[in-house]
Design a protein around this ligand. Structure first.
Ligand code: MF3
Ligand code: CO
Length: 266
């Protein structure tokens, strides 16, 4: 578990913000008919134009630059040439290495009209991420973050929290200690220290939390075929309140400005 110096935190903030800016570009181009491979190509170009590299490419053999997880795909979906359609729920997860430091965050978009049920799922997943972040301060424990997410999602809203995949420390490596599950007990797990950087990423299902991995070895889907949602922020643990390194405000502004995207939930 590596805590960062102030200057390293600044560099990691730049990496996280480059991911946010890439997600803004995604928010601008999403519409029915666009394919996730087109999004992948644009992200690759944008990241390289900004003197960084996409970190997912060839990470443990991952064959694309980004993850694009549509509808029943929970995470790690391969970009493909299928045109996006009205009603699709699309999680775009992007990682970059900028000046040797990782940024890794994700946002879920809705293309056009959808049901009130899906809007609520997206809203609750995003809210659960912020409830987890609220617990990410010095001397709290990882379990305080985990419990906050699980309690809100499962007890309050009766959605599923995926167990097999977790958030993580972030730094020179994409995945550092500690693991940050989206379920757990208050007061349990490693103690949070100042300038520990975490990627917190609830993966929440409308139905059962059971998942399986496709033949391709990556694509994680819900067993029941129902929709899953994924949001991810990079945060820095501080004394009283976490510093959020990534930035949803610019993504949300682009989302609102795009008539093909549904942002009715916030
Ligand atoms: N946000 C995901 C994670 O932390 C992205 C990894 S995709 C991979 O696991 F391809 F790089 F594995
Ligand atoms: Co991650």
């Amino acid at each position: 578990m590596f805590c960062k110096t102030e200057s390293e935190v600044k560099l990691m903030q730049q990496a996280a913000l480059l991911v946010s800016q890439t997600l803004v570009e995604v928010a601008k181009m999403l519409k029915p008919g666009v394919s996730t491979l087109q999004i992948d190509a644009l992200c690759n170009q944008f990241i390289r134009d900004n003197k960084a590299v996409p970190s997912f490419y060839q990470y443990r053999g991952y064959p694309h630059n980004i993850c694009a997880s549509v509808n029943d795909v929970v995470v790690h979906g391969f970009p493909n040439d299928i045109p996006l359609q009205q009603g699709d729920v699309v999680s775009i997860d992007i990682g970059v290495i900028l000046q040797g430091w990782h940024g890794d965050h994700a946002y879920t978009f809705i293309i056009g009209d959808t049901s009130a049920e899906i809007l609520q799922l997206v809203k609750v997943t995003k809210e659960s991420l912020y409830l987890g972040i609220e617990k990410a301060f010095v001397n709290n424990r990882v379990g305080d973050i985990s419990f906050a997410i699980q309690d809100y999602v499962e007890r309050k809203h009766r959605y599923g929290v995926v167990r097999e995949l977790v958030g993580h420390g972030l730094g020179k490596e994409l995945h550092e200690d500690p693991q940050v599950p989206n379920y757990g007990k208050r007061g349990a797990g490693p103690k949070l220290r100042e300038n520990l950087i975490l990627a917190i990423e609830p993966m929440i299902t409308l139905g059962s939390r059971e998942i399986y991995t496709d033949e391709d070895g990556w694509t994680v889907r819900t067993r029941d075929g129902k929709v899953a949602v994924h949001f991810e922020h990079d945060i820095c643990v501080k004394r009283n309140k976490a510093l959020i390194l990534s930035d949803y405000s610019i993504i949300e502004a682009a989302e609102k400005a795009n008539p093909h995207l549904n942002s009715a939930y916030y």
